[in-house]
Design a binder for this molecule. Structure first.
Ligand code: ZN
Length: 412
């Protein structure tokens, strides 16, 4: 099998897709179900059809472009990613998995390969949480992680419901019908930029993802007592920000001492009330994000945080309330998909590194209904979600080549 990736076509398609944007180049902004997103979808659908694939869209707009195998009833081998982009993002996040996946399928067709299992390119709706406040909307519905009922109640910043927005965008049908049957997929592989610096630093061509970390996020409210910065003596204070400071350091320490480098914890937001130079902080809101590749270890950090909250609350006479916003379990990649990826790397003499995905992706949710693994390509300085995000055409083409080989192995 002679697999040829057309780099020029891949590069020109990446450039064209980046032109569907609500931000000035080189920045890309493409929010789900905006006119710009719909134009990009139409363009992509046409390219899939030109490649000989048959396209269907579900009620949430997940798009499947299918190359039927010789056994159309057999389980499907899937690949794909997302094309939505957060405000002021770059042109590679998600895109390389979609256009790289399409190019891989074209290369397979041109090589004369004929799959037994159908191969499908899947473009997920709303991987980014920008519009509806929840990431991976399409894959959550496909995997049954989010119910149709819960999804239909989501609203955007303008108060429009997901139901209204998707119907206006032309996606009809029952949201409940989006969920795929377990066994639909034989395997699923997502090609993606690393969004971290390791491959570039180590000069390794590709990353084979063995674990996908998942975040648990909390909103923490600390209620103390305010007052005049001059009038209230130190012994009488219930300073909510001092309590927050102790808590932030304790959360950092819980992650640092978990025993594994894969544990990370971040307090990324801190709102202080009333926020005046001469006023004791009476109330503080914190956001907490704890991630790990191991569920037990992540839960242990969460429990430590709860214990520390009680101790600080007693000691400082403040009330601390924690609200769990989400806690998706991390996943391990499927050994058979990892094997197919590593064998493909070896076959094409491409260096690879088994690695952890520290960001989460649609694959985290598809892993609940299918054997999944991911393939990472290097990106410059590990930058992502910013306009200077960059992956070289050579690296993307290499990823598409290994992906094509992997899809061939899995679908034979
Ligand atoms: Zn992405």
């Amino acid at each position: 099998m002679n697999l040829v990736i057309d780099r020029d076509r891949l590069l020109s398609e990446i450039e064209t897709l980046a032109s569907f944007s609500d931000a000035e180049a080189p920045a890309v902004t493409r929010i789900v179900f905006t006119p710009t997103d719909l134009k990009a979808r139409a363009w992509l659908k046409e390219h899939c059809e030109d490649a000989g694939l048959s396209v269907r869209q579900d009620a949430i707009g997940n798009t499947f472009a299918r190359w039927s195998g010789s056994d159309p009833a057999a389980s499907v081998v899937g690949t794909g990613s997302h094309i939505d982009a957060i405000p002021n993002a770059g042109r590679y996040d998600g895109i390389v998995g979609v256009l790289g996946g399409l190019e891989a399928m074209r290369a397979l067709r041109q090589s004369g390969f004929r799959p037994k299992h159908s191969i499908e390119l899947l473009v997920f709706t709303s991987e980014e949480p920008t519009r509806f406040g929840i990431g991976c909307l399409g894959s959550r519905l496909l995997s049954g992680t989010c119910s149709a009922d819960a999804a239909s109640k989501l609203t955007d910043r303008d108060g429009a419901s997901l139901e209204q927005v998707r119907l206006a965008a032309g996606f009809a049908g029952e949201l409940a019908a989006v969920k795929l049957a377990t066994g639909y997929y034989k395997a699923f592989v997502e090609l993606h930029i690393e969004q971290g610096p390791i491959l570039e630093r180590e000069r390794i061509a590709l990353g084979v993802v063995t674990h996908i970390a998942a975040p648990a996020s909390f909103r923490v409210s600390i209620e103390g007592s305010g007052g005049h910065a001059g009038g209230v003596l130190m012994a009488d204070r219930k300073d909510a920000l001092c309590a927050a400071a102790e808590l932030i350091l304790a959360i950092e320490n819980a992650a640092l001492t978990s025993g594994a480098i894969d544990t990370v914890a971040t307090v990324g937001m801190c709102e202080i009330f009333p926020g005046a130079v001469n006023s004791i902080p009476s109330r503080v809101h914190l956001s907490v994000d704890i991630r790990d590749t191991d569920l037990q270890r992540r839960d242990a950090v969460m429990q430590k945080m709860e214990t520390v909250c009680r101790a600080i609350s007693d000691k400082r006479q403040v009330s601390i309330h924690t609200e769990l916003l989400n806690a998706d379990p991390p996943v391990d990649s499927a050994p058979e998909v990892i094997d197919a990826l590593t064998q493909s790397c070896r076959k094409h003499s491409v260096s690879f590194l088994p690695m952890v995905s520290r960001a989460y992706h649609d694959s985290l949710f598809i892993a609940r209904i299918a054997p999944v693994a991911m393939l990472f390509i290097p990106c410059r300085h590990g930058y992502s979600h910013r306009p200077d995000e960059f992956a070289s055409t050579e690296d993307i083409a290499r990823g598409a080549l290994v992906l094509a080989q992997t899809l061939a192995t899995l679908s034979a």
